[in-house]
Design a protein around this ligand. Structure first.
Ligand code: DX5
Ligand code: ZN
Length: 228
């Protein structure tokens, strides 16, 4: 069921990698809406994380939405594997190859919701002919590759233009990078509904002390909702 209420999607890039199952259970207990999974290949982005087997292993710990962000190139050879691993949303970058239209078709064909991610330097012109084949557009507010980077303010204007271009279509706008209680309201006001946050959710907590995760999620959500 599509809705544009504010959704907080913690990125497990900032979780304890030796404890993914417990970390996911903790953020869900503490009130997150989606779980954001950052897949990096050391080629499209200068960092390496994990692939389909890890996604499959953590899937059984996720009761909300498994939101898989593919920072990989090429994408197409791996779509089936990530769909089999249980991704609900599978997001590919517009910059990952020359045939993003085909990639989005393949993602929906594999039974996932299709996400389209845009790097900070990418304009929205190339999104126009893809609007009827995407369920989510992810606007990167940092250069992809690492958690804990500084929010890029020029992307506020991009989100406003994108929201106008989307019109009444049931498409989520997701923001990824540098989201805090200070930056979340800027993006909510501009028209975003899914807020990814890694460092700002996991800071101060651990699997043995998950209460700060809840405090962090609630303060990001409250700040964003206050801007609507
Ligand atoms: C960056 C990733 C993000 C990242 C966000 O390449 O796509 O999801 O983990 O981390 P923060 O919230 O710390 O900027
Ligand atoms: Zn991400």
């Amino acid at each position: 069921m599509f809705d544009r209420s504010i959704k907080i999607a913690p990125s497990i890039l900032s979780a304890d990698f030796a404890n993914f199952g417990k970390e996911i259970e903790a953020i869900e207990t503490e009130g997150c809406d989606w779980v954001h999974v950052d897949v990096m290949d050391g080629h499209f982005v200068p960092n390496l994380t994990f692939g389909p087997p890890l996604c499959k292993a953590i899937r059984k710990h996720i009761n909300t939405v498994m939101d898989v962000h593919l920072m990989i190139s090429p994408v197409d050879p791996y779509i089936e594997a990530f769909a089999d691993a249980g991704a609900d949303v599978l997001t590919a970058h517009l910059e990952a190859g020359p045939h993003i239209h085909r990639t989005l078709q393949a993602i929906r064909g594999a039974g996932c919701k299709a996400g389209l991610a845009l790097n900070p330097a990418t304009g929205i012109e190339d999104v126009e002919y893809l609007l009827d084949m995407v369920d989510l557009i992810c606007v990167m507010t940092v250069n992809p590759g690492f958690g804990g980077q500084k929010f890029i303010h020029s992307q506020i204007d991009k989100v406003k233009k994108l929201r106008a271009m989307i019109g009444d279509r049931p498409i989520h706008i997701e923001i990824d990078g540098g989201i805090t209680p200070e930056t979340a309201p800027l993006m909510a006001a501009a028209g975003a509904d899914v807020l990814v946050a890694g460092s700002a959710v996991f800071k101060g907590g651990s699997v043995d002390n998950p209460a700060p995760y809840g405090d962090n999620i609630r303060s990001i959500r409250a700040a964003a909702e206050a801007a609507l």
